[in-house]
Design a protein around this ligand. Structure first.
Ligand SMILES: CC(C)(COP(=O)(O)OP(=O)(O)OC[C@H]1O[C@@H](n2cnc3c(N)ncnc32)[C@H](O)[C@@H]1OP(=O)(O)O)[C@@H](O)C(=O)NCCC(=O)NCCS
Length: 175
């Protein structure tokens, strides 16, 4: 079955689409995804429907990042990448990610924190190798246990993945 992809800003999601995202992501991530959907962040969702059923999903939101001592950059932070367990291995997750990658070209770079880095590497994502920091107020938190991947957009230029990468603090997963 072919999936139909829709790119929808969170402010334009219908109540039914919102319920579909919460149901799919709560099941896949085994948590209450309504918490994330209720956070006050503008997001853009890619919805993958097989018929009337949401079977694959990803979203991005804007995040400020800094490489080394460079300027603050505007990154598309990709979250909520999920395919329903009954629909995996059919290319749906990859199709959703390719749509995300096509649509984040106006950002300085893409960023995500994977549970399966190799799955994203085959889609062109690159592992950050330098130290990872979070800036909270004036404090710098070191996050050595995290894994971060980046995606080069037409605006990225050369990314020095050996340099440090600093993200602004946020009230959920730091990466
Ligand atoms: C990760 C996930 C989104 C993939 O969705 P999917 O729709 O099955 O993805 P696709 O069908 O496009 O890709 C599966 C392919 O990846 C391959 N693959 C599986 N595990 C892999 C791995 N660890 N590394 C590289 N490739 C892998 C499979 O062999 C398959 O290839 P094939 O299609 O050639 O047989 C899905 O497994 C999922 O929802 N997992 C739970 C949530 C999760 O981990 N999300 C990511 C959080 S960062």
């Amino acid at each position: 079955m072919v999936i139909e992809l829709h790119t929808v800003p969170s402010s334009a999601l219908t109540p039914a689409q919102t319920d579909d995202v919460i149901t799919l992501c709560s099941e896949v991530f085994r948590l209450d995804y309504a918490f994330y959907m209720n956070l006050d962040y503008e997001r853009v969702h890619v919805l993958g429907y097989a018929g009337s059923r949401l079977v694959a999903h990803a979203l991005w939101l804007t995040r400020r990042l800094r490489i080394g001592a460079g300027p603050w950059l505007t990154a598309a932070d990709v979250e909520g990448v999920a395919t329903h367990a009954d629909y995996r291995g059919r290319g749906y997750g990859s199709a959703v990610m390719r749509r995300v990658q096509q649509e984040i070209g106006d950002f300085d770079l893409g960023v995500l924190s994977p549970s399966r880095a190799d799955w994203y590497e085959r889609l062109g994502w690159v592992r950050w190798q330098g130290p990872l920091y979070i800036l909270k107020d004036d404090a710098v938190l070191v996050t050595p246990d995290d894994c971060v991947l980046v995606y080069r957009t037409p605006r990225s230029g050369d990314l020095d993945v050996q340099a440090s990468l600093t993200g602004e603090w946020r009230p959920f997963e730091l990466w």
